[in-house]
Design a protein around this ligand. Structure first.
Ligand code: SF4
Length: 224
């Protein structure tokens, strides 16, 4: 792509093309859980924590196994740490995560009457919950305009050239200046599968990419 046939980056057009590009790819696991009816703030928070440093192919079935046995904080408290551990294994750090799930369930019941509040500070105070999980959970369960940025969102946005950042946290702040707030959550929903299958870390599939004419391909070497 030469400078002559490049188009200025248009956020709305980018979202439209992303929808088209990922239409046959599985949605990120938190969105799949939402669509299966596991959309409470407690469920989204716990599921996101299970997914930390774990492939979605492992963490999604692990969360479903847990929620099919215990979908509420009260029912989770009826399980032992060993029972939770067995349900979420082989997620990474499953033993530690089992103990953290019990703690989150206990805090939810004892401090908030069985439903976590849509409060960023509360979520960030829970064990194993960082900024990305907080943004995802508040976006999906509380319908807040949130822009969760993982490594895929960070990489693709920098390749487009719309941000020049070094960390996902910086990318979140910069992308919020580029995209309208109504599209922030969808940006995560589309960019995660896009980054996993098309704009991959090594050898992205630029030749057939629907966003090629608006992408600066910053730092891309040896594309397909
Ligand atoms: S053109 Fe290449 S670098 Fe740009 S978004 Fe598409 S796959 Fe990624």
């Amino acid at each position: 792509m030469t400078a002559d046939n490049m188009h200025p980056f248009d956020p709305d057009e980018a979202i439209r093309r992303l929808r088209q590009a990922v239409r046959h790819l599985p949605a990120p696991s938190m969105f799949q859980l939402r669509d299966r009816g596991f959309a409470t703030l407690f469920q989204q928070t716990v599921a996101c924590m299970i997914s930390v440093r774990t492939y979605e192919e492992v963490s999604l079935p692990a969360s479903i196994r847990l929620f099919e046995v215990a979908a509420t904080p009260e029912s989770v408290l009826g399980l032992s740490a060993d029972q939770i551990d067995a349900l979420i294994s082989p997620a990474t750090f499953h033993e530690r995560k089992a103990a953290q799930i019990l703690t989150i369930a206990r805090v939810t019941v004892e401090q908030f009457g069985s439903a976590l509040p849509c409060d960023e500070a509360v979520l960030l105070s829970l064990p194993g919950i960082g900024p990305k999980c907080t943004a995802l959970a508040l976006g999906i369960a509380c319908h807040e305009d949130r822009l969760p940025v993982d490594i895929h969102v960070h990489r693709v946005a920098n390749r487009w050239g719309v941000v020049r950042t070094n960390t996902p946290e910086q990318t979140q702040i910069a992308l919020e200046q580029v995209f309208p707030s109504a599209s922030w959550l969808e940006l995560n929903e589309r960019l995660v599968p896009f980054g996993k299958s098309i704009c991959t870390r090594l050898r992205p599939v630029c030749s057939t990419c629907l966003l090629l004419d608006m992408c600066q391909q910053t730092g891309v070497r040896n594309p397909r």
